[in-house]
Ligand binder design. Structure first.
Ligand code: SF4
Ligand code: SF4
Length: 370
């Protein structure tokens, strides 16, 4: 695998070069102007922020990317997918409300905001990848149907993969609900019948008519019909339907890399990661713990593997901020902060696997942009 270029700009600014300006210059350096966006549908994929979490990328950056796509003649839209779990982003109606509350809407972004896997997380295309775990990936329809893809990722820690960056945004972030369940779990959902109040919502929304009543009129799943779409998990407001999150971290990371490969398949793409508010945990929580390091900057590349590798290297090389979850860890500069927070995970193995399936290269050269 060839060495990839990763472009980087730090947090220093001056009057004529604010951070939004610097991000635009970074994207251009990383190949934005070579993408041929004329009349193309361009998905700008990001995470709009779970309500309560404040570490999401500011809408100002997204708005500038949208205007760059328009200036290049493209048809941009801002997008994310519904979550597997209940919360503020589990269906398109709630998701759009959460996005708008966090500043992502038509007025602020200058484009439509589209939930890529539709109202209930069921709209997807099957994309063939022929990988070890994934033959065909369930990629959210609006991402799969787009001509080009620009990802804006918040770089931080993650419970399943150690790090959350470009690959996570592509793999888990571009999957419809059934794909998310597949990455998280080796099995189909289970219903905890002692919590079921027989409201029937899961039954009404199951596309397979796989939810039946038992003799006590509690919901139960007919597993011979269930396709593992995960719809019932998001529908239940009583916490009775659970995903069995039993996939090992190492296999989950491999599945995420395979889905990332599907998301970018046959699609010109460019990826930017914001190494700011580097919280130890995923943004899907409704809070963000103190950042492990001071804000570092923005990195961009056509290669999501090189980009994640460069980001993790920069965070690990940075001094640990005082007062974080790692305060008493004894870590020194250069030690692996993410491995220390998420001991069951190995981002190294995840990136090695992503490289082995052709998603990108861990070897990179860092090109600094003023
Ligand atoms: S996961 Fe199975 S039971 Fe649940 S909604 Fe989908 S098909 Fe129905
Ligand atoms: S949505 Fe939850 S509470 Fe309602 S019937 Fe299904 S399992 Fe029971």
């Amino acid at each position: 695998m060839d060495t990839a270029e990763v472009f980087f700009t730090n947090m220093r600014t001056r009057q004529t070069r604010n951070l939004v300006w610097k991000m635009a210059a970074l994207l251009k350096a990383a190949g934005f102007e070579q993408m041929d966006l004329e009349r193309k549908f361009v998905a700008v994929k990001m995470h709009f922020g779970e309500p309560g979490n404040l570490a999401f990328i500011r809408p100002n950056y997204a708005a500038r990317v949208i205007s760059m796509v328009r200036e290049a003649g493209g048809r941009p839209f801002l997008t994310d997918t519904n979550t597997l779990y209940t919360g503020g982003r589990s269906n398109a109606v709630d998701h759009l409300a959460s996005a708008s509350a966090n500043g992502f809407n038509r007025l602020s972004a200058g484009c439509e905001v589209i939930i890529a896997d539709g109202l209930r997380g069921m709209e997807y295309r099957e994309v063939e990848v022929g990988c070890k775990h994934t033959d065909t990936a369930k990629i959210a329809a609006a991402v799969a149907d787009a001509d080009s893809l620009v990802t804006l990722s918040h770089f931080k820690g993650h419970e399943l993969t150690g790090i959350g960056g470009a690959i996570k945004n592509l793999g888990m972030g571009c999957a419809a609900r059934g794909g998310k369940l597949f990455m998280h779990s080796t099995s189909k959902p289970v219903i905890q019948q002692d919590k079921c109040v027989a409201c029937g919502l899961c039954k009404e929304s199951c596309p397979q008519e796989a939810i039946l009543w038992n003799a006590e009129k509690q919901a139960m799943i007919a597993y011979d019909r269930c396709i593992g779409c995960g719809q019932c998990i998001a529908m239940c407001q009583y916490g009775a339907v659970k995903a069995v999150l039993d996939e090992s971290a190492s296999v989950a990371a491999e599945k995420i890399a395979e889905y990332a490969l599907a998301a970018v398949k046959d699609k010109p793409s460019l990826h930017a990661s914001f190494i700011m508010d580097v919280s130890p945990f995923c943004d899907c929580w409704g809070y963000n713990d103190k950042a492990l390091v001071a804000d570092i900057g923005i990195a961009a590349s056509r290669d999501p593997v090189a980009l994640d590798q460069a980001c993790v290297d920069m965070v690990n090389e940075a001094p640990l901020a005082p007062g974080t979850i790692l305060e008493d860890s004894g870590l020194t500069r250069g030690d692996d902060k993410f491995g220390a927070v998420h001991r069951e995970t190995s981002w190294q193995a995840g990136l090695a696997y992503a490289e082995s399936i052709g998603l990108g290269s861990r070897e990179y050269s860092l090109v600094k942009i003023d």
